[in-house]
Design a protein around this ligand. Structure first.
Ligand code: NDP
Ligand code: 2IT
Length: 449
């Protein structure tokens, strides 16, 4: 177990033994444990009360069959998941992912990350995650609706505004949240707005939730730059993905004076040296759900499409991985360093492999881990819950200001904690330790449950 403090070896060995084959989950746990050596040395009560071992075991895991009928009358069977990981700080909170790669190990890695991310926001939300191996690509609206209804027909009994509050993630956006909320309302006969977040603005949603993850990531980078008396002005930025997080990261970079010159989807990337045209990108990817090749076609000679290659080969000052896990490896990190990139901030969850993280750190590139940099999405979900609970709705400006303040708070907490534990400037250590101590203290107070 390279790098792990001796006191944590047994905990990690137990995770490996109990969760065979769940490589993404193993990695997420290892990354947090790796930061906790100085914490258990300073505060033996965490080790004594088995708080870390308890944190690694979800409070509850639900796996269920999702049967539905496609447009040809054929019965389809998918698998649904909800992992309710930790509720020491509040109701389980975290998104739903619909993607063919989803299995228990992915949901557990995401749920585990979510505990520390949600803790870092300082808001009253526990950690959970869910999803299905359903692939929305190429499915009609009717098929997506019937799938969502079938999914919620089982999931509803585990949810509630004081129990478990899902939201979106890969493959789950406003359309899916609408169908899920509709079915929850129909089954329960309750207009319980606080049971899901990411709702539409006319039916209980919050301003800025759609934009929040991408905007929040860019606010976080803006704080990093400010500590170096720098700004986005004139910076070349590369963003991976072209979904919800990527689109609004691009929008905020442009608002702050940077230029996003490339973005991607799962098949390839586009380079547009004058800056990504967001109107075109939104039309291709968000409205028409088409392939990013169509972006290059729509831009004529202004943009090029490169298929099957990593977007990280495009030279930039700042890189924002906003697509999926393990999308930026050691080789990609090497290319970024060679081309002079100085900041990498994770809009996605765990997009950088451990080799990449190590290489970036060794080269002096500032690395902002997802559990800090992309926490703006779930934080704004918590703001949506607040508005639902008080039957209120805030303006865009007010909500965006709250988001910006929250991201500054997370940034500062990471740096202060890193300093306190002898790792100055290390955002990864700061995020892991600050996220851990808040939730661990709550667990200690609540007793062995
Ligand atoms: P979307 O479904 O809106 O977009 C996902 C994007 O990533 C698409 O461009 C997709 O390409 C690409 N992508 C997905 N899977 C792969 C893959 N295996 N390889 C390469 N590219 C891929 O999802 P989001 O934007 O919501 O989520 C993106 C990331 O951000 C995820 O890691 C998610 O967990 C994380 N996140 C999301 C939050 C949210 O509020 N939505 C909050 C915090 C983190 P294609 O179109 O080809 O499928
Ligand atoms: O990974 C994440 O933080 C999300 N997908 C958002 C979760 C939420 O509940 O808003």
């Amino acid at each position: 177990m390279p790098g792990l403090d001796e006191k944590l070896h047994d905990t990690y060995a137990e995770v490996l033994r109990r969760n065979p084959g769940e490589t993404e989950f193993h990695r997420a746990v290892h990354e947090v444990l790796d930061s906790l050596g100085s914490v258990v040395a300073k505060h033996p009560q965490y080790a004594d009360s088995a708080v870390i071992r308890r944190l690694c075991e979800p409070e509850r895991q639900v796996i269920f069959r999702v049967p539905w009928v496609d447009d040809h009358g054929v019965v389809q069977i998918n698998r649904g998941f909800r992992v309710e990981f930790n509720s020491a700080l509040g109701p389980y909170k975290g998104g739903l992912r619909f993607h063919p790669s989803v299995y228990l190990g992915i949901v557990k890695f995401l749920g585990f990350e979510q505990i520390f991310k949600n803790s870092l926001t300082g808001m009253p939300i526990g950690g959970g995650k869910g999803g299905s191996d359903f692939d929305p690509k190429g499915r009609s609206d009717g098929e997506v609706m019937r799938f969502c209804q079938a999914f919620m027909t089982e999931l509803y009994r585990h949810l509630g505004e004081y129990t478990d509050v899902p939201a979106g993630d890969i493959g789950v956006g406003g359309r899916e949240i609408g169908y899920l909320f509709g079915q929850y309302r129909r089954i329960t006969n309750r207009y319980e707005s606080g049971v899901l977040t990411g709702k539409g603005l006319t039916w209980g949603g919050s301003q800025v939730r759609t934009e929040a993850t991408g905007y929040g990531t860019v606010f976080f980078v803006n704080e990093i730059l400010a500590t170096r008396s720098d700004s986005f002005d004139g910076k070349r930025v590369v963003v991976s993905g072209s979904g919800n997080v990527a689109i609004y990261a691009i929008e905020k970079v442009h608002q702050l004076g940077g230029l996003v010159v490339a973005c991607s989807d799962s098949a390839g990337y586009v380079v547009d040296d004058k800056g990504i045209d967001l109107e075109v990108l939104k039309d291709v990817k968000a409205t028409r759900r088409a392939r990013i090749t169509e972006y290059a076609e729509a831009r004529g000679g202004a943009a090029d499409y490169v298929g099957g290659r990593p977007v990280w080969e495009v030279p930039c000052d700042i890189a924002l991985p906003c697509a999926t896990q393990n999308e930026l490896n050691g080789h990609d990190a090497g290319a970024l360093v060679k081309n002079g990139c100085t900041v990498v901030a994770e809009g996605a969850n765990m997009p950088c492999t451990p080799e990449a993280v190590k290489l970036l750190a060794g080269a002096g590139v500032v690395f902002a881990p997802g559990k800090a940099a992309n926490a703006g999405g779930v934080a704004t979900s918590a703001l949506e819950m607040q508005q639902n609970a008080s039957r209120d709705s805030w303006t865009f400006e007010h909500t965006e200001q709250r988001l910006s303040d929250i991201m500054r708070g997370i940034h500062d907490r990471c740096l202060e904690t890193a300093d306190e534990y002898g790792a100055p400037g290390d955002y990864l250590a700061g995020a892991n330790i600050a996220g851990f101590t808040r939730v661990a203290d709550a667990m200690l107070a609540l007793g062995v449950i």
